[in-house]
Design a binder for this molecule. Structure first.
Ligand SMILES: Cc1ncc(COP(=O)(O)O)c(C=O)c1O
Length: 442
């Protein structure tokens, strides 16, 4: 099919996620046909630098020889068989590899097939854990989350979300949660934040089933960077109060912040840790929820006692996805991708300094959020201007794909991106912002 035919069928039949469809149909969005390294090509033959890691999951670039080979080799064995009561070699080897590298104590791996499903598994594990942990069952019924949190789009995960634009409409559908302030809340000191958090946790400690946190950076909130030390204090606090700490590393794991796991940076071992996105380097859907032996043990007992975790998905532990994750892990280590991510971080910091002087800009590792405000009045733009979207389109015209969340422009180059391409990404973002935001007629 040619570009024109595809576009017409796209407009007729495809409902795109997180996309204003009424505007999309007129925008001639690229229809991606193939990729090469860190570039995507569309059906009209245009080339784009992938400046947001194909929604925060690509790690090594596209069509990486050894990862492609891992898919093909696994295809020659079996594409899928279930993990319900059976096993497969890649799922076993990946679980062992993750446990070996994860923060201490996380010894068991439960698979799901997207980030939200990995979080849902963690929530249900925590819920069931308290009800089965002896000698008395504890009917703990509250989860704690941060302000502006994002953990996915299923009903359970939106219940723990705090982004009004995405979540407020669904209030009646959600279960109640306790919210503590994000340590990145403007105007709130770390000390105030921790005092408030400690008071709330102490008051409700015996009802709290788990405290979920995006370690170090809240991505979907617009790359909110936590002050150093916050995660460590929260670990100590939750440990002291007997509260399970659930680390959602879906966006920040696998090199995005220069370490394999973000928790490493504060020497934190949570009780549960969820990974997805970069786990398969942006190749295939997979999530893993890692838990401690203490949690796992509570699910054991004679089969007829009903302590089993009755939860799972058709594609849980899919062998193709697990084979890819193993190949990616090996490549992260053999190609020093974590070191490369730290170099990418330095280039982003230097090259985006001119924008940081004019706009609120948050940056950690390979994650950047730029708030596009009026640089003179320092006010937000009216939402009908869709300024974030306009800058995204201006980048696209210049051959770079990034994405905005409202008027926050998010850049997230792959941890392995060569530095000359990071320079190009920054140059285009500077130019597109300059032309769209700064040279406007107000
Ligand atoms: C921190 C975090 N948790 C969970 C999710 C949901 O992952 P998925 O989109 O794979 O369901 C995301 C997605 O952006 C995320 O950033």
């Amino acid at each position: 099919m040619n570009d024109h035919e595809l576009r017409s069928l796209d407009n007729d039949h495809v409902w795109h996620p997180f996309t204003a469809m009424s505007a999309y149909v007129d925008e001639q969005a690229p229809i991606i046909s193939h990729a090469e390294g860190f570039h995507l090509f569309d059906t009209a033959g245009r080339r784009y630098l992938d400046g947001h890691s194909s929604l925060w999951c690509n790690v090594h670039g596209h069509r990486v020889a050894e990862i492609d080979a891992a898919v093909r080799e696994q295809l020659d064995r079996v594409a899928h068989s279930t993990l319900l009561g059976l096993s497969n070699a890649p799922a076993i080897e990946l679980a062992a590899a993750l446990v070996e590298r994860a923060p201490a104590g996380l010894n068991k791996v439960f698979y799901a097939d997207c980030g939200a499903a990995g979080v849902e598994a963690a929530l249900k594990i925590a819920w069931q854990y308290h009800r089965q942990r002896g000698p008395q069952p504890e009917n703990r019924d509250l989860f704690v989350c941060l302000g502006s949190a994002y953990h996915g789009d299923t009903v359970g995960t939106i219940s723990l979300g705090g982004i009004d634009k995405f979540h407020s409409l669904f209030g009646g559908l959600m279960f109640p949660a306790l919210r503590v302030p994000s340590p990145a809340t403007p105007g709130l000191s770390l000390e105030q934040c921790l005092t408030e958090t400690e008071a709330l946790l102490t008051e409700h400690a015996d009802r709290i089933a788990g405290f979920i946190v995006e370690p170090l950076v809240q991505a979907a909130a617009g790359i909110l960077v936590h002050p150093p030390g916050y995660l460590r204090v929260i670990r100590d606090l939750t440990q002291r109060l007997g509260i399970l700490l659930i680390a959602d590393e879906i966006a920040v794991g696998f090199g995005r912040l220069g370490t394999l796991f973000a928790c490493e940076q504060e020497n934190v071992s949570p009780d549960m840790l969820i990974v997805s996105k970069g786990l398969t380097a942006g190749y295939l859907p997979l999530a893993a929820t890692l838990v401690t032996d203490d949690i796992y043990r509570v699910f054991l007992g004679d089969p007829w006692q009903g302590r089993t975790f009755y939860h799972g998905h058709t594609y849980t532990g899919n062998p193709l996805a697990c084979a890819v994750a193993l190949a990616s892990l090996r490549r992260i280590e053999s190609h020093q991708i974590l070191q490369q991510a730290r170099l990418v971080e330095q280039v982003l910091s230097t090259e985006l300094a001119p924008l940081a002087a004019r706009f609120p800009l948050r940056h950690k590792g390979t994650m950047v959020g730029i708030d596009l405000i009026d640089p003179i009045s320092r006010e937000s733009f009216p939402s009908e201007l869709r300024m974030g979207h306009q800058v995204t389109l201006a980048c696209r015209e210049r051959g770079v794909i990034v994405r905005n969340i409202g008027d926050t422009l998010v850049l997230m180059p792959a941890p392995a991106m060569p530095l000359d391409l990071v320079l190009e990404l920054c140059r285009v973002v500077r130019e597109a912002t300059e032309c769209t935001v700064c040279h406007r007629d107000y």
